[in-house]
Design a protein around this ligand. Structure first.
Ligand code: AMP
Length: 214
């Protein structure tokens, strides 16, 4: 099974992908996490994408696709994409790639959250520097301020969760990623969940889309 999670930055894709990939035994593919790892390790790819990430702009399609193909070529588990595709060109390339492997997309789940709510969430988001767990300092704070409940490592504000970058990421979503809703709506596998609910309630709604599996 292959699944795509769609939605604004801050709509909960990362949080839901972690839960759902565990429940379904799938491989969680976050292009944002891949780029941040490369950046942290200062690899040539990390250096190349650094400026795009810090400015809240999309990494060029060609580069994203090369990285994914290199990482996923040998993967045999079902793929759960979070943050990819982000442009119609990426979606078309993904379709062609699946077709060349005799596979297809089983579900595209749109986490629907109003724009004002995602802006608020991104400003309050903190990410664990150790395990990547995502917190919201207002609605879902850690037990001890600034420290991860799971691995006790410090929580950080992502570079691109700073106020000046948040507005650009929202605009980039509207311009380049929102057209994917129409692209997938006509595909027959499009699903929608109310992403403005509490994370565990969203997880329940998403799990209910896969009865007997999740
Ligand atoms: P995310 O963690 O998904 O919010 O991604 C963080 C940043 O990584 C984005 O703002 C982009 O700069 C870059 N990025 C992640 N995924 C993609 C993608 N599919 N296409 C282009 N850029 C991406």
């Amino acid at each position: 099974m292959n699944i795509i999670l769609l939605g604004y930055p801050g709509s909960g894709k990362g949080t839901q992908a972690k839960v759902l990939s565990q429940k379904l035994g799938m491989f969680h593919v976050s292009t944002g996490d891949i780029f941040r790892e490369e950046l942290a390790k200062k690899t040539p790819l990390g250096v190349e994408v650094a400026g795009y990430l810090s400015a809240g702009r999309l990494v060029p399609d060609k580069l994203v696709l090369e990285v994914l193909k290199a990482r996923l070529g040998a993967e045999t588990r079902g793929l759960l994409f979070d943050g990819f595709p982000r442009t119609v060109e990426q979606a078309e390339s993904l379709d062609a790639w699946f077709e060349s492997r005799g596979q297809s997309i089983d579900a595209v789940i749109f986490l629907n959250v109003p724009e004002a709510e995602v802006a608020r969430r991104l400003g309050a988001r903190r990410t664990c520097s150790g395990c990547g767990k995502i917190y919201n300092v207002i609605t879902n704070p850690p037990a001890k301020e600034g420290t991860c409940d799971v691995c006790a490592k410090p929580l950080l504000t992502r570079e691109d969760d700073k106020p000046e970058v948040i507005a650009r990421r929202i605009q980039v979503y509207k311009d380049q990623t929102e057209p994917l809703l129409a692209y997938y709506r006509s595909s027959g596998v499009f699903r929608e969940a109310d992403g403005s609910l509490a994370p565990e309630d969203v997880a329940g709604k998403v799990a209910a889309m896969f009865p007997g599996k999740a």
